[in-house]
Design a protein around this ligand. Structure first.
Ligand code: FMN
Length: 321
């Protein structure tokens, strides 16, 4: 029997749980050279802002052991170009579009939500709250429960009621559950985690920071255990809230780890830079991992690692779990 990979993004059903991670696949166009973008659960776009932006100065990428440090910033053509060009292209390919939005003020997020409300074909909105709040000394929204809640409430209030809102959380906090709870109370239908961790690397020859922006976001395999821990903690506290898990996923087995921790969906980021068809490969591998353990339905194993003794008939048969 074929494995049932369907999953739920709030009230929206997706055919499978594998998504792109925001910022790692543009608006999906680049990936279409490698696979049919309608085959994956959804394409999560690079975070869109109100106005076009150039991003931060170069160099803005550095390799690190088992990860990547980037300070690209929120570079992009802005919401007008996105709505005119990118969204229609995704829809013409039959892809499900999760639109990531970012802003520097609560008002900007609200305005972006209003603009997306008028557009058709938006499967969900992912709110990137790992941005500096220009009205509060550059304090990152996602590091404060009240600021996070204010953004989510503003987005929820302006977006069409039938478009799910996912808040994307930062791991750079003392207690991620407090932020998760604040977002859900403010109206988030689900949570995405994690965004990159703040890092810094110094060139010992020039004796200067490698990145022009000094600090950057760490992604890739190095952050996976941090991400799995965040998913686990939030699932434990808020078991009914759908989670998109991400951070260093390179294989179907990595994806399975996030699902067992409580993610209903997974996003693939840094891996795409090495392997542009990673999403479809990981989808195939996930299906194989499930089949080899006798698991027929994805829904049966979301958060399964929280159950100390799987119920009879749900015991996983794989040897390596
Ligand atoms: C080059 C690059 C650009 C990114 N841009 C965004 C972005 O625009 N919005 C966002 O929410 N996350 C962005 N991220 C974070 C990823 O979506 C993801 O949360 C993070 O990289 C962890 O997943 P990974 O280890 O699979 O890359 C970016 C990551 C990278 C590496």
């Amino acid at each position: 029997m074929a494995t049932d990979l369907r999953t739920r993004m709030g009230h929206v059903e997706l055919p499978n749980p594998v998504l792109t991670a925001s910022g790692c696949a543009g608006s999906g166009r680049e990936l279409a050279h490698y696979f049919d973008v309608a085959k994956i659960g959804a394409v999560v776009t690079k975070s869109v802002m109100l106005a076009p932006r150039a991003g931060r100065p170069t160099p803005r990428m550095a390799e690190t052991p088992s990860g990547m440090l980037n300070s690209i910033g929120l570079q992009g053509p802005g919401i007008d170009a996105f709505l005119q060009r990118d969204l229609p292209w995704l829809l013409s390919r039959g892809a499900r579009a999760v639109v990531s939005i970012a802003g520097g003020t609560v008002g900007e997020y609200a305005e972006l939500a209003a603009r997306l409300s008028d557009a058709s074909g938006v499967t969900a909105v992912e709110v990137n709250i790992s941005c500096p709040n220009v009205e509060d000394r550059g304090q990152v929204f996602a590091c404060d429960p009240d600021a996070s809640a204010e953004v989510i409430e503003a987005v929820r209030g302006r977006l069409r009621y039938d478009v799910p809102v996912f808040a994307k959380l930062s791991p750079d906090v003392t207690d991620i559950v407090t932020i998760a709870r604040a977002c859900v109370t403010a109206g988030a239908d689900g949570l995405s985690m994690i965004n990159t961790l703040l890092g810094l690397t110094i060139d010992t020859i020039t004796m200067q920071p490698v990145l022009a922006g000094v600090t950057g976001g760490l992604s890739g395999p190095a952050i996976r255990p941090v991400a799995v821990r965040c998913v686990w903690q939030v699932r434990e506290a808020l078991p009914d809230v759908p989670i998109i898990g991400m951070g260093g996923i390179r294989s179907g087995r990595d994806a399975l780890e996030f699902i067992l921790a409580g993610a209903a969906m997974v996003s693939i980021g840094t891996t795409i830079f090495h392997d542009p068809s990673a999403c479809v490969r990981i989808l195939r591998e996930l299906e194989e991992e499930m089949a080899s353990r006798g698991v027929e339905r994805l829904a049966d194993i979301i958060g399964l690692a929280h159950e100390p003794h799987p119920a009879p008939g749900r015991r996983l048969s794989g040897s390596s779990l």
